[in-house]
Ligand binder design. Structure first.
Ligand SMILES: NC(=O)c1ccc[n+]([C@@H]2O[C@H](COP(=O)([O-])OP(=O)(O)OC[C@H]3O[C@@H](n4cnc5c(N)ncnc54)[C@H](OP(=O)(O)O)[C@@H]3O)[C@@H](O)[C@H]2O)c1
Length: 263
């Protein structure tokens, strides 16, 4: 199938590693020029060099913190200049820290709202003028299956990401008339550094290893394993592509059947 992505222009946030990197790579393999972002300048530059040499596409690194209210606007306008427009925006960042409700103070809630909700709002707001000019405009928010089934010890993620789902669906309804599509992918457990960070406190509390904690978690998974970042990227690349032109307002679980509800 031709996804229709050749020569399109994309911005992918949180892309020095993990899911964001895999999506940027998948897009570049389809002929997309990509602006990528993460906080660490050295890491995002080196990710861009790897992607450019592997895919022969133009890859532009932008170092900056998505929780800084002024960064998204600056980055989007600089990225749009370099790319010559924006057709696709993938909003993503690291997840908020683990912890049970009583361990989370006011400052941690505010920080998590900036990271897991306002970063999406600000990136989308900044990108809209460019997306309106595109003939293949598409936005993908990366959230979590925790919006359907809360994950133990992750009250910040379980709570705040629901706002991003509400945002994604609302924008699909509000901006469908402008031919801009909005979807979200809700990843389940996927082999990235984030998973090791989440399993470390569980292992410490249980006196086990990270590997043992991952195995315990996977015992609850119908497929019995975590996803690979490439499996996540395959779905992401399709859903933002012109081949998925009639898909909007979809919250796609990519969790190997981990969510046990029927709807
Ligand atoms: N992996 C999973 O199993 C899974 C499951 C459900 C949901 N998720 C969610 O999906 C998202 C991506 O997960 P992942 O596993 O790919 O995480 P990851 O491996 O920790 O990668 C996160 C990426 O975001 C960047 N980043 C973090 N904070 C940022 C900020 N404030 N501003 C700009 N960039 C930032 C990181 O680079 P720098 O450090 O250089 O900034 C890195 O490139 C996270 O929100 C995660 O919670 C993941």
């Amino acid at each position: 199938m031709d996804l229709g992505l050749n020569k399109k222009k994309a911005i992918v946030c949180g892309a020095s590693k993990g899911l964001g990197y895999a999506v940027a790579r998948g897009l570049a393999q389809e002929g997309v020029d990509v602006a990528i972002n993460s906080r660490n300048e050295e890491k995002i530059k080196s990710a861009a060099e790897r992607l450019a040499s592997e895919t022969r596409q133009q890859i532009y690194p932008f170092a900056g913190d998505l929780t800084d209210p002024y960064f998204p606007q600056k980055m989007v306008s600089a990225a749009a200049d370099r790319l010559g427009g924006v057709d696709i925006l993938v909003t993503n960042a690291g997840g908020p820290p683990p912890g049970a409700f009583e361990s989370i103070d006011e400052a941690a809630w505010e920080k998590a709202v900036d990271l897991s909700f306002m970063s999406h709002v600000r990136m989308i707001r900044a990108a809209l003028p460019y997306l309106r000019k595109s003939k293949a405009a598409s936005v993908l928010t990366i959230t979590s299956y925790s919006v359907k089934q809360p994950i133990p010890n992750l009250v910040l993620s379980n709570s705040i990401r629901l706002a991003t789902i509400g945002l994604t669906k609302t924008l699909a309804l509000e901006l469908g008339a402008d031919a801009i599509r909005f979807n979200s992918i809700l990843p389940g457990w996927t082999e990235t550094e984030r998973v090791r960070e989440l399993m470390a406190p569980r292992a410490e509390a249980a006196g086990t290893t990270i590997e043992e904690e991952i195995a315990k978690q996977m015992a609850d998974s119908p497929l019995g394993r975590m996803a690979t970042p490439e499996e996540f990227a395959n779905a992401a690349v399709f859903i933002v592509s012109p081949a998925a032109a009639y898909i909007t307002g979809v919250m796609l679980s990519l969790d190997g059947g981990m969510y046990k509800g029927t709807l």
